[in-house]
Design a protein around this ligand. Structure first.
Ligand code: PMP
Length: 393
């Protein structure tokens, strides 16, 4: 007799993630980790958040510790609505649902749209935890052909006819894992195709404020006259991920259903965290803070790029992101990046092998490198070790 508990069918599709196994060892300080998706901790506004927390407890007191509305803290929703206008999306506070990280939005959107075997279109590769999240809904993944500018909208009508997808999931800015940015004309085309075919698009934008080169491009949602695009973002990369606060901007018929799912999931996002964020945002020079993050990440990218150019053997190429936290290396066709990772960990350096980012096949000869979380010294030493291993392999 099988002695394991009778788990739900949805667990069948879930595969253990290499990333978790990696992260276990990479917390050791001797390991130079380009693996995690971590912001630079030295740039967290610790003193400012501390002051905001003190102010919240002094002025809002018990109400900041009480249960609160599932929609989120009203003043914070208003702040986000104004921020959305700056990003090029006309938004009212009523359209903003606060969530426990944008990761929760993936969960809620999956629950709202996906029955078993429903199709999700994604970039190929795409964000690992989005794959995991939609897998819990027992969804099927169909990759959209991509090139060096992201997904190719012209490929969509055929895919839509053939697979009748319920959802398209995309990360247009400095994509995780590739660092690629979708150009404006493709965003316009995507919004137009979504409207024409009645396709729901989930636009995930955690990194849009982290552009250190080039000019900002408005979100796909900017061109969404038909109300087909759900736009998600987060404070994880602009304040700190430990506060676990993200948001989604959704049309009313989607919003009201996401709200029910949110209530069922966790009642509401931490009231205290939301109060602290609102106070922090309204009493500090957030633009100045973002400027520091952009400058540091830009320098770190430039440095990693230079080190890779100086040290990597022939046959390896990589993306040149204009923002965000990751670059994506493509190795020779024969490269097995999982095997390389095992050797790398033995030499105290880590990255994420490409495999985990592909909902279907692919990724063997790819690696994702994070540059935001390492100082220049560690970038130089980490790239040196990695390139020696590539040469030896
Ligand atoms: N989407 C993408 C593309 C991400 O890279 C991340 C975090 N690395 C998230 C969503 C989740 O972010 P959070 O839950 O911290 O807002």
């Amino acid at each position: 007799m099988d002695s394991s508990p009778a788990f739900a069918n949805r667990m069948r599709q879930m595969r253990p993630s290499t990333i978790r196994e990696i992260l276990k060892v990479t917390v050791q300080p001797n390991i130079i980790s380009f693996a995690g998706g971590l912001p630079a901790p030295e740039l967290f506004p610790v003193a400012e958040v501390q002051a905001a927390a003190n102010q919240v407890l002094r002025t809002a007191g018990a109400s900041a510790l009480q249960y609160s509305q599932s929609e989120g803290l009203r003043p914070l929703r208003e702040w986000i609505a104004a921020e959305m206008q700056d990003r090029g999306v006309k938004t009212a506070a009523d359209d903003v649902l606060i969530a426990t990280g944008s990761q929760q939005i993936l969960d809620l959107v999956g629950k709202l749209f996906l029955n078993r075997d429903d199709v999700v279109l994604t970039e190929n590769p795409t964000y690992l935890a989005a794959i995991q999240s939609f897998q819990t809904m027992e969804a099927r993944f169909v990759p959209v052909p991509t090139d060096s500018e992201g997904l190719i909208p012209e490929a969509l009508p055929d895919l839509i006819r053939q697979h009748k997808p319920k959802l398209l999931y995309t990360i247009p800015n400095f994509q995780n894992p590739t660092g690629v940015t979708l150009p404006e004309r493709r965003r316009v085309a995507l919004a137009e195709i979504a409207a024409r075919h009645g396709l729901t698009v989930m636009e995930d934008d955690p990194y849009g404020k982290l552009r250190y080169r080039g000019t900002n491009i408005p979100p796909v949602k900017h061109w969404d006259e038909a109300g087909r695009v759900l736009y998600a973002s987060t404070f994880s990369k602009t304040i700190a991920p430990g506060l676990r606060t993200g948001w989604v901007v959704a049309p009313p018929e989607v919003f009201s259903r996401l709200l029910i799912l949110k209530q069922a999931s966790d009642l509401h996002t931490s009231s205290f965290d939301q109060h602290v964020e609102y106070t922090y945002l309204t009493t500090n020079d957030q633009a100045g803070h973002l400027g520091k993050i952009r400058q540091a990440y830009g320098e770190r990218f430039e440095y990693m790029d230079r080190m890779l150019r100086e040290m990597m053997p022939a046959g390896y190429t990589w993306t040149k992101p204009e923002g965000g936290m990751f670059l994506w290396i493509t190795g020779p066709a024969g490269l097995d990046s999982l095997e390389l990772l095992q050797r790398a960990i033995a030499h105290d350096v880590a990255f994420v092998p490409g495999r985990d980012f592909f909902p279907g096949e692919g990724g063997r000869n790819h690696m994702r490198l994070n540059f935001s979380n390492s100082t220049p010294d560690r970038i130089r030493e980490g790239v040196r070790r990695l390139s020696e291993l590539c040469r030896a392999g």
